[in-house]
Write a protein that binds this ligand. Structure first.
Ligand code: AGP
Length: 602
């Protein structure tokens, strides 16, 4: 996710902006930029890669008079990481930075181009500054022009805009992406989170969705729905690391809670009113493809396995899934009618990268689902779909897994639509379920508190089975991996129907079974598998929307219409279960022993 900073005051705005962006590096980025307005002069600079590159480029620029400035670290969602795509984006006399996704940017861009506006970047953000200047030229009133611009935008945004015609003001708007205002006696700051404000501001205003306005050195004018709003200032407390964790105990916990937000980003501009669209894919991308092979490691392998069920069930295309480290040495038979998909959070996993190269060398068309733009895997694949999960700091992957599954689910519908094998009603109900997922993934405090309480019972024993059927078998594998990774307790995921073929011999009171029992997919069959375990005195934690009184612990989920809604709801529960057990065991949840966030060795 991008990072935004803003400044109004008499101190060195360049250093304040750059230091603020440094405090936001944890949000992940691939390019950065600043723009500073000081008595008619606008200074701006952008750089690809690390913030140090921007610091190097701006080292000779000094400012020690009153100025206003904005800065941005970009996490690419539209357009590759290049200087032209980096923010701030400029018009003739204005600059803008933006976090989020403007869903209707294409139609705005097309209409501005038709009026002769020239665009420099591939981004959605650039439409904001050109639309603003068009509105300003008509109204000659900066705030009216800014409000009119906001009225045209659909999607999620946190925006800062500065313009030469109002050299003491920063215009701001917040809807769906975070934005905070910080103040002290004679300076005013903007930031995407608390971290850049610590040590500078002593009070903060936490903006709410649909709030917008403008700020000067001494005052904030805040509006919502054209109504002036009361400014509610709160004292700013805390340290930088806890600020980066947003008050959570671990980055992993924060990232579990972020899943709702990043899934909204992930589907924006893709799950549309009547169809799924991927602007990265041209119309005939799947022409001639009769088989899909998905290759990955670890959690990414689990998202591949889960969605392989959807590719066959929904897109009616034969699909196989490979563990990259196995695929590399099995002398696989590959043909040109196979689309080779690799999945990777980091985009740097050695086994997955080498498998991708093998497929390319064999002449296959390749596609990557990745969370880091410009990574080795993104650069190697013919085409890439970004997960848009934002930086994932916890070694145990959570939000990346969620967005991988979401992208692949949408891709299965995209293929079905292009093959004309899905009805309008079916597609509508799938799109309805997709758009409901961000809400499904909002962590319910009652559920989290229940998991925190019951986790004390699962700190010993001779291991865990996570069991499920169909889509829920890969989710069982993922739940087991999460637990293993951060609690160091043994756990394995198993197809529920397979337990009677051997593993049930392990069943006793010290064998903990986490049973995923969705209502909408083979409930009765899964239930009878769990009853077989219960009859042998296994200790069972059942997760289901339907009451099940043969378990020792029971987490009731919501009655949903679609199995994927149940999938995502149970995903959050298994993530929280691993988190709370690990915390009780006193482990370092974010940096588990023996593990690395990116496995760049074979
Ligand atoms: C996930 O929790 C693990 N940290 C690990 O299995 C990871 O999924 C695997 O190493 C693959 O990483 P990638 O997605 O970055 O390729």
């Amino acid at each position: 996710m991008c990072g935004i900073v803003g400044y109004i005051g008499k101190n060195n705005s360049k250093d304040i902006l750059l230091d603020g962006l440094a405090e936001l590096e944890y949000r992940g980025y691939d390019s950065a930029g600043i723009a500073i307005l000081e008595t008619d002069n606008i200074f701006h600079s952008k750089a690809v890669g690390k913030l140090q590159n921007l610091k190097e480029k701006t080292k000779d620029f000094q400012i020690d008079a009153f100025s206003i400035g904005i800065g941005h670290t970009r996490w690419a969602t539209h357009g590759n990481p290049t200087e032209l795509n980096a923010h701030p984006h400029l018009g003739e006399f204005s600059y803008v930075v933006h976090n989020g996704i403007i869903e209707n940017y294409k139609e705005i861009k097309d209409s501005l181009i038709a009026e002769g506006v020239e665009f420099l970047s591939q981004t959605d953000t650039e439409v904001i500054v050109h639309l603003y200047e068009k509105n300003y030229k008509q109204s000659k009133d900066e705030f009216e022009a800014f409000k009119k611009t906001l009225d045209s935008l659909k999607g999620a945004y946190a925006i800062l805009l500065i313009t030469k015609t109002a050299q003491d003001k920063i215009f701001f708007a917040k809807n769906g992406s975070p934005m905070i205002i910080g103040t002290n006696s004679d300076e005013l700051f903007f930031a995407s989170s608390d971290a850049p404000l610590l040590g500078l501001a002593n009070e903060v205003v936490y903006l709410k969705d649909d709030e917008y306005g403008y700020a000067t050195q001494k005052e904030i004018k805040l509006f919502s729905n054209k109504t002036p709003m009361q400014i509610e200032k709160k004292p700013l407390v805390g340290d930088k690391i806890s600020a980066q964790k947003g008050g959570f105990r671990f980055f992993m916990e924060k990232e579990i809670y972020e899943q709702s937000e990043v899934l909204s980003d992930c589907i924006l501009g893709r799950a549309l009113d009547k169809k799924v669209d991927f602007e990265e894919l041209d119309e005939n991308f799947f022409d001639g493809i009769t088989h899909i092979k998905i290759c990955a490691c670890g959690t990414s392998y689990h998202s591949a396995l889960a969605t392989s069920y959807l590719f066959e069930r929904v897109a009616k295309i034969s699909t196989s899934v490979e563990i990259a480290s196995e695929f590399r040495y099995k002398e696989p038979l590959l043909n040109h009618e196979t689309l080779f998909i690799v999945i990777s959070q980091s985009g740097e996993t050695a086994d997955t990268l080498e498998a991708l190269k093998m497929a390319k060398n064999a002449g296959l068309k390749t596609l990557s689902i990745c969370n880091v733009d410009n990574s080795s895997i993104v650069r190697e694949a013919d085409t890439s779909l970004l997960a848009r999960a934002g930086i994932e700091k916890g070694v145990a992957s959570t939000k990346a897994f969620a967005t991988q599954v979401m992208v692949l689910w949408m891709l299965s519908l995209y293929i079905a639509e292009h093959k004309k094998i899905i009805s309008k009603d079916e597609l509508d109900s799938e799109l309805k379920a997709i758009k409901h997922i961000p809400k499904v993934c909002v962590v319910k405090d009652t559920i989290h508190q229940k998991i925190r309480r019951l986790s004390k019972r699962y700190l010993h024993g001779h291991g865990f089975f996570f069991i499920g059927r169909d889509l829920f078998f890969p989710l069982a594998l993922e739940g087991a991996l999460k637990l293993k990774e951060i609690s160091y307790l043994h756990a394995e995921g198993y197809p529920a129907g397979e337990m009677k073929h051997g593993p049930i011999a392990l069943a006793d009171a010290n064998l903990f079974t986490v049973a995923l029992m969705p209502k909408n997919l083979h409930y009765e069959k899964t239930k009878s598998n769990v009853e077989e375990l219960s009859a042998r005195d296994a200790t069972i934690l059942a997760i289901s929307p339907l009451e099940f009184d043969l378990s020792d612990d029971f987490i009731k989920t919501t009655i949903q219409e679609h199995p994927m809604e149940e999938f995502f709801e149970m995903m959050v529960i298994t993530q929280l279960l691993a988190l709370e057990i690990s915390i009780r065991l006193g482990n370092d949840v974010d940096m588990p022993r023996n593990l690395a966030k990116s496995v760049t060795v074979e």
